[in-house]
Structure formats: structure tokens, C-alpha cells
Design a protein around this ligand. Sequence first.
Ligand SMILES: [Zn+2]
Ligand SMILES: [Zn+2]
Length: 137
Amino acid sequence: MTPKATNCRDCGKLFLNIGTGKYCPECMQKHEKQMDEIASYVRDNPRSSVDEICAALDVKKSLVLSMLQSGRLEEIDINVKYPCAACGKKISHGRYCKACGKKITGEIAASLRRIRDNAKLQKAKKGVYSKEQWLDK
Ligand SMILES: [Zn+2]
Ligand SMILES: [Zn+2]
């Protein structure tokens, strides 16, 4: 990637983007520090919500959410709530709530079952035919 002058998404300052992302080096450093703060805050206050974290640490909600969705807080036993990517229900891990996750894996399982049932049906049909053939004799 060729370096490109980009406005930092956070502070708006112009910086030379060498493929490091949307933020200037200072904000990237700031974010790293904030992410550490978020992680330790969540460790100390496992029951806190995203709003509480933002208020307590003065960090952007999107930063906390991106940490959660990328699994950066997964190893910590947290109860932070943010909306499911599919239905908007409050969740604390991954991208989907339990119901949507189940629905998505359920759909895959259902289509697999359909394929299996079809195969069984074909086999059963064959079985009937051969029996009839046997009776004809
Ligand atoms: Zn910046
Ligand atoms: Zn959902």
C-alpha cells in the first residue's frame, strides 16, 4: 500500500496512512492504552454494561464493541451487553445471541437432515421395489 494522507477518524488530524488503518499513530496508541484500561476495568467490574464502561473510562462505545466482537475480552468472565448482529438482542459474547446462533446452526443442521432423509427415502423406496419384485416371482 502506498502511503496516503488520511484524516484520522478519531481526532481528525491529517496523517500519513501506510496501511495501518483509519487512525493516526497517536490515536492508535491511545486506543491501545484504552483497550488495556477497558480490559482491566471489565476484569474488576465483570457485571458492567458497555455504557458504564464508556462513562467510567471516557472511551468510545465503538471501541468497546469492536473489542467484544473481535473476541478480545472473551477470556475474561464478563457480562457486558451489546446488541446481537442479527436481531439486536443484548448479548455478551460473539456476534449473535443464543437464539440467532442456534437458528443459524439449526438451519445448517436442518438442511443436512433433509439431505439425509432424502437419501433414506431413496433407499426405502428401493427396498420396497425389490420386495415387490421378489413377491412377483
Ligand atoms: Zn488521531
Ligand atoms: Zn439475535
